[in-house]
Design a protein around this ligand. Sequence first.
Ligand code: GDD
Ligand code: MN
Length: 401
Amino acid sequence: MSINPANSLISVPSGSFVVPDVTTVLSTEERPLRFSLIIPTYKEAKNIPQIVEQLSRLLDSQLAGDYELIVVDDNSPDDTWKVALELTADYPQLQVMRRIDERGLSTAVIRGWQVARGEVLGVIDADLQHPPELLLQLWGEIQRGADLAVASRHVEGGGVSDWSIIRRFLSRGAQTIGLILLPGVIGRVSDPMSGYFMVRRQCLVGRPLSPLGYKILIEVLGRGRVPWIGEVGYVFQERQAGESKVTWKQYVEYLQHLLRLRLSLGPIGRFLRFGLVGFSGVFVDMTIFYLLREQVELGLTTSAVLSAEVAILNNFLWNDLWTFGDISRHQRGWRKRFKRFLKFNVICLAGLFLNVSLVNLLFNVFGINEYVAKLIAIAAVTVLNFWLNFKLSWRVTDVRR
Ligand code: GDD
Ligand code: MN
């Protein structure tokens, strides 16, 4: 994609949110830019001229001809995209994307990164609450070797200007919940809610992102490969024109986003998925057992064995598609899938045997209450099943990460 002629919109990528390697975005004769800065906008017509002017002046001083600004507007009713498009005549580094079918801050930023030609990808709000001049300090962090440079309100020199007690409380509360659920992600930076940062493209290339709501930084920290982080303090300014688009919806989306990351990251995430699938299996088992006993009037043992088998099949399919989906995607074909199913089946049946033996041991030998014994057995067998299936049924052969 060569430099867009003035006054024409850049096309909106579609499909999954994966940042491609820069070579796939450039035309043959083009070389990558050093920096691409995304400005997500919704109803910012009044702010756009000023932010573009300030950013261009700043970046021309350090990266003349080697950066681009990409405004990603979600078809704002105040025609923000049109105002920005008119500016492209005066600012050759400026590009404008107008999204019609998609909406949301985080997805807007990633769509911008997908078409960006820079080796370092940044994001800044359009309403001047993020001071543009801080960009040079963030860039300095990247030059010093950081993979991610974050503008933080919670380090020295940081703060917020006129936030109400409620908003301060909500912001800190949200951070605390994040620290409890995802300490290894949220705990890596002092301001995980920051919407102002820049990251080396290579930290994100080829890694499926699944953004939701406002908090793009936690998505980068959770799914990116970011060894070294630098932070620069800043004071979150008062908004000059327009108003914040933050509503309670963003807080709900933030919690959803945390849960989605929790369920998808690392061994804990995988185990939680395995547990949820196991839980659905209990439901399937009980329902099928009831139908076979009451509707088909089959014998007790036959019903119990058949319903257990249907539950095993249910769990296998969900585990193959979801829990271990990142592995099974690289081991395609029915033959391989059937092999995994057989292994899963054997492990589950062994688990069933272990479950019954454990209940008997705990109840008859140690005199533990039968329901407590059953719960202990389920927990123990679930952990063992998870480990055995991870090591045997979905054994990592040649997964490319
Ligand atoms: N494309 C697009 N689509 N842009 C959006 C959307 C949307 O649905 N919603 C908001 N934006 C743009 C706004 O136009 C603005 O440029 C930027 O995203 C931030 O929106 P605000 O509504 O001004 O957010 P805020 O000031 O309350 O909170 C900001 O700062 C916080 C502190 O850094 C956001 O960046 C928060 O994510 C951040 O936590
Ligand atoms: Mn704002």
